[in-house]
Design a protein around this ligand. Sequence first.
Ligand code: ZN
Length: 481
Amino acid sequence: MSNFVASVGMEVHAELNTQSKMFCRCPVSFGGEPNTRVCPICMGLPGTLPVPNRKAIELVLKTALALNCTIAMHSIFHRKNYFYPDLPKGYQVSQYGDTNPLGYDGYLEIPGPDGETKRVKIRRVHLEEDTGKLMHLPSGGSGVDYNRAGVPLMEIVTEFPPDITTPDEAKDYLTQLRQTLLYLGVCDGKMEEGSLRCEPNISVRIEGTDKYGTKTELKNLNSFRSVQMGVQFEVRRQIAVIEGGGTVAQETRGWNEQKEASYLMRIKEAENDYRYFPDPDLVPMCFDDEYIESLRATLPELPLAKLRRYENDLGLSTYDAGVIAADLNRVEFFEAAMELGGDPKAVCNWLTGDFAKLLNDQGLMPRESKITAAHIVELTKLIADNTISGKTAKDVFAKAFKDGRMPSEIVKESGATQISDDSVIRNLILDVLNANPEAVTKYKSGQMNVKGFLVGQVMRSSGGRANPEMVQKIVSEELEK
Ligand SMILES: [Zn+2]
């Protein structure tokens, strides 16, 4: 049996975060009554003239810069012609050509499992408009909702031959790309609402051969999990076809979430001829260096750079750094805590532990809660200077989460401070040793494990407030006397 290698190309569509559509002033939002956000321009009625949305162009350029692309300083729109009811004009405005898309020849780096970084080459980042949506009517038949028609859409396509070779890498690429788009604020990244859509194309070939296998394209993937499972399914299906003596057909396949299987949607007989030509109604886009550099200057620190900085400068593990960097809400909180002088690891533990759990239970975002970065920093300091034990801290945090009081105030009121006074602890210990002479005798005769019992007695007599490390140390000292 031969070994197979897979190749996965990724085509991602992202609806841009703009107020209005690409060429008209119809508002952009999700849902709503069908055909309530349409006008003569996005319906392509005769006599109308489109005017490009400047903000959409800016968002694509920012993405292209963040993805290390070359920017097309002179770029035009094309008409992609095909007939389908979801396309009111009979063509889609898009961008054709190798060096015409707003961005081309870039790359995205994704963090690997062992702290290394993998580079995925990107062929193009271009701007187009979304289509309408066909819907089945309850009364029978089909209708078209054009609310989405003309919404600014960005397409990001990886280079061929593909750098991605496993289902995990496909998922990691999409994860990193989505985080990047969210950091840039160019797309809301909601896969379940279709504002971020991913269509991987997959092929397999026998290891060591140069000739790439026939590709199938996969649609209807609306979560990271379905992307990973869909790619995995396709790889296995294609290998089974080849090992069974068959050939893989060039197909578009859909993903059935319930059955966790792909199904045939249509066979691609030949490449479609879209008769691309420059849109005569739209003027070319021309940029100068000054403008492009001013956009570059607005780019935020990107997710992977942030992850590596948390690792290298703040000493977080790759895992912890990744958990924080993956969520902008957490990033905001974490960085505010760092500015207040918080300890990175301790703050991270609270953010991803008790705080995350309480937020999750109540369905809240961090900033909707009564907890601020100052609460967490203060709490971690109370633990670090032994004012309270870790166990007490959990209770204090739960109280602070409820009423928003500062941890120091709660501790003061409840008298739950930790006892770290050497002489106080030593007196507690001497009392316990005097009350348990048999245990002391056993210890001295070599049964060292009774120490645990004695430490437990001391902790109990202090109401759990004695500093556990000091108790351990002083019990040993007293027993060795
Ligand atoms: Zn419109």
